[in-house]
Design a binder for this molecule. Structure first.
Ligand code: 5AD
Length: 472
């Protein structure tokens, strides 16, 4: 059988989609290749959230077409995911070496399409159609199957799509309307993973806090066989005693015996109702860590972005979370240079970061995206000004982050050991409950263990643990 190499760009949802495609291909007999240079099929799972991400994937495909295909003309080339969805046939028109373009609701069809291409039934395939029930198709994992070692952590996709329509964001157009899987279906998948040795699960979706909120055709019944359509509208998951569907899902996953930790990403700040804050206080497996994308500290910009919260509301959520779980790890996403952002608006972002003291924040230079309202807004910010503000904000975030990380030195903390460090395989890597990476001189037998380590020093957004107090 042919071998496949999948390269993933972008977010954790994309990583998860690639894993599901790989698992589906392995189940059909394909093998996984170590690199694009030895693979019979090269698939790029793409990201559209900023122009850079699209360019990277296009350049990569150009190089592969010019280099690898010249020596091995039968290699099959494909684009998957968000850019495949937004550009479709245009990608083949631009790069005629590409054989396959598979959109975000069709990942599960990849194996069939490759079969068609290898059997000579079809040569060029583009499928970017919507498919009802597609939210239930990202379910296969590579936990123990193809991987040589057991996975300690796993990602579980609970929903697809986004209805928030932030004015800067392309995701509603590439991922479609919000559609959620059923609680029973998600729990069954988590249970199976825990049965295979997984100790920590991250619930994934574009906006997980909106889980189960949409009714109608959007909440497809996951029990339906693939390819069948949903004839009747599905009810949304009702709020029960003030508990949102998302918190109901966390509660249900929390029941699974053998599971130690629950995380989720990405939430929307407006989804942090009192029920979710309370869940942090009462559900011990829900780790004290939250990624809260604030995007800007200026109310004026937040409104233009269509974020649905104010600076004051955001700060109130942070206060409540810290009251519910002191020491909670807090990270964020921030966009620099949104159209019309003044020096005063930017100062509000700087001051919000100083006030909150995020453990870390991911900074993004605003990138106009096709067909989004912000791309047509007046007062687009010049590149050099964006660069300058980005550098100032980065220095602030790094200084605060360093202080927060340094404060761990001398403390004892629990980590879940995930495996050898990618950069230095002599070291093991684990994660604190508050989502900080800890490196320590451990051994393979520590994989999957919850260990208490003493933090001895810090690196850049990394902690080093002392193996001396670890029961080696
Ligand atoms: N330009 C820059 N950053 C963006 N993001 C989303 N869209 C854009 C854009 N057009 C950022 C947001 C989001 C993160 C995943 O990517 O900060 O939270």
């Amino acid at each position: 059988m042919p071998s496949v190499y999948i390269k993933t760009y972008g977010c954790q949802m994309n990583e998860r989609d690639s894993e599901a495609v790989a698992a589906q291909l392995v189940a059909k007999g394909y093998t996984l290749a170590a690199s694009e240079y030895v693979a019979d099929v090269v698939l790029l799972n793409t990201c559209s959230v900023r122009d850079n991400a699209e360019l990277k994937a296009i350049n990569k495909m150009e190089n592969i077409a010019g280099d690898i295909r010249k020596h091995r003309p039968n290699v099959v080339l494909g684009f998957l995911g968000c850019m495949a969805q937004s550009r479709g046939q245009e990608l083949i028109d631009r790069l005629p070496d590409v054989d396959l373009v598979v959109g975000t609701q069709k990942f599960h069809r990849t194996a069939d399409y490759l079969d068609d291409i290898f059997a000579g039934r079809r040569s060029k395939i583009v499928d970017t159609a919507e498919e009802q029930g597609s939210e239930g198709t990202i379910r296969e994992h590579l936990v123990n199957g193809n991987a040589k070692v057991k996975s300690v952590t796993a990602f579980v996709s609970i929903m697809q799509g986004c209805n928030q329509y932030c004015t800067f964001c392309i995701v509603p157009y590439t991922r479609g309307e919000e559609r959620s899987r059923s609680i029973a279906d998600v729990v069954a998948e988590c249970r199976q993973l825990v049965g295979q040795g997984v100790r920590e699960i991250t619930l994934l979706g574009q906006i997980v806090t909106s889980y189960g909120k949409r009714g109608g055709f959007q909440s497809g019944r996951a029990e339906l066989p693939l390819g069948s359509s949903i004839g009747d509208a599905q009810p949304r998951i009702p709020t029960a005693n003030g508990t949102s569907p998302f918190v109901q899902l966390i509660e249900a996953v929390h029941e699974i015996e053998g599971l130690d930790r629950i995380r989720f990403t990405a939430p929307h700040p407006k989804g942090y109702g009192d029920d979710l804050v309370a869940a942090y206080a009462r559900l011990p497996k829900l780790v004290e860590s939250a990624h809260l994308p604030v995007q800007s500290g200026s109310d004026r910009v937040l409104k233009l972005m269509h974020r649905g919260y104010t600076r004051a509301r955001f700060l109130e959520i942070i206060r409540k979370l810290r009251a519910a779980r002191p020491g909670i790890g807090l990270t964020s996403d921030i966009i620099v240079g949104f159209p019309g952002e003044t020096e005063a608006d930017f100062s509000e972002t700087l001051s919000l970061c100083r006030e909150v003291e995020f453990d870390n924040a991911y900074l993004f230079k605003y990138s106009p995206r096709k067909d989004t309202p912000a791309a047509a807004m007046p007062d687009q910010i010049a590149g050099d000004l964006i660069e300058e503000r980005h550098a100032r904000l980065l220095a602030t975030i790094n200084a605060i982050g360093k202080r927060k990380y340094d404060a761990f030195v001398g403390r004892q903390t629990q980590i879940l050991v995930e495996g050898p460090s990618r950069k230095n395989s002599a070291r093991m890597t684990g994660r604190t409950r508050c989502n900080k990476i800890v490196l320590f001189d451990g051994a393979e037998r520590h994989r999957g263990q919850l260990l208490e380590v003493k933090i001895t020093r810090t690196g850049s957004f990394t902690l080093y643990g002392d193996p001396a107090i670890v029961n080696l």
